[in-house]
Design a protein around this ligand. Structure first.
Ligand SMILES: NC(=O)c1ccc[n+]([C@@H]2O[C@H](COP(=O)([O-])OP(=O)(O)OC[C@H]3O[C@@H](n4cnc5c(N)ncnc54)[C@H](OP(=O)(O)O)[C@@H]3O)[C@@H](O)[C@H]2O)c1
Length: 203
């Protein structure tokens, strides 16, 4: 694995893992939907959910459908053609990695005891976390970067094992030299990168 590919693990994979495992309590054979499957968190979430034995549905736009299939997703929904909240399917976990679908919009697509996970904080997410804490469909947010260093190191070792076993790979969209960090940031802000954008600090 190159340094660029390794750098990507530290962001998306180190976020997706605690969300699926700790907040979602993901179990084998569960039905898991990843919204924003083509992003940094999403591309790793698809692969990790497959590793945990789930039946995985990835949601992305047309141009990313083949890429999400290649990461192992069992089903891919093109959000420009189909709205997953209207197709009658239900899931144990809906992980909205990009904060584009609210809990209220998708709660009917959650099974009983299902979890809606989001890494994108807002006042309504905080309110819904409290509101749903005793109900059978829960909203979960976590600031995964603020976890104890020892926990993150343990997770990095786990992820390293998956990479070495060929079960996890980084998707890299673009690389920019450090001097072009502003251009990289503008591109990321467009909201359509595929996987990761990497800043390189050495040739
Ligand atoms: N809580 C935490 O600890 C934590 C940690 C890390 C990051 N975050 C947050 O997590 C969020 C996601 O980060 P990220 O880097 O994974 O995102 P990202 O890579 O920037 O997301 C880009 C992806 O979003 C997809 N997308 C855009 N609109 C969509 C829509 N309406 N439906 C489905 N997919 C859509 C795009 O696919 P198309 O081009 O196909 O539309 C693109 O591939 C950010 O807000 C970030 O700040 C939180």
């Amino acid at each position: 694995m190159s340094y660029e590919e390794a750098a990507a693990i530290c962001e998306g994979a180190l976020t997706a893992l605690p969300f699926l495992r700790d907040e979602g309590n993901i179990q084998s054979e569960q039905k898991v939907l990843i919204n924003g499957a083509s992003g940094a968190i999403g591309t790793f979430a698809v692969q990790l959910a497959k590793y945990f034995g789930a039946e995985v549905t990835g949601v992305c736009s047309t141009q990313n459908v083949e890429m999400i299939k290649s990461l192992g997703a069992d089903h891919v929904i093109d959000y420009t053609k189909e709205d997953f909240i209207k197709n009658g399917q239900t899931y144990d976990i809906i992980f909205d990695t990009v904060g584009k679908i609210s809990f209220n919009e998708c709660k009917n697509s959650l099974k009983k005891n299902g979890n809606y996970l989001t890494p994108v904080i807002s006042a309504s997410v905080l309110f819904q976390m409290l509101w749903t804490s005793r109900s059978n469909k829960k909203v979960k947010f976590a600031a995964t970067g603020l976890r104890k260093t020892s926990d993150k190191v343990k997770d990095m070792r786990f992820l390293k094992g998956l990479v070495e076993a060929g079960q996890l790979k980084s998707v890299i969209d673009r690389r920019y030299p450090l001097e072009q960090a502003a251009e990289a940031s503008w591109y990321v802000d467009e909201g359509h990168k595929k996987g990761n954008v990497i800043l390189t600090v050495a040739s």
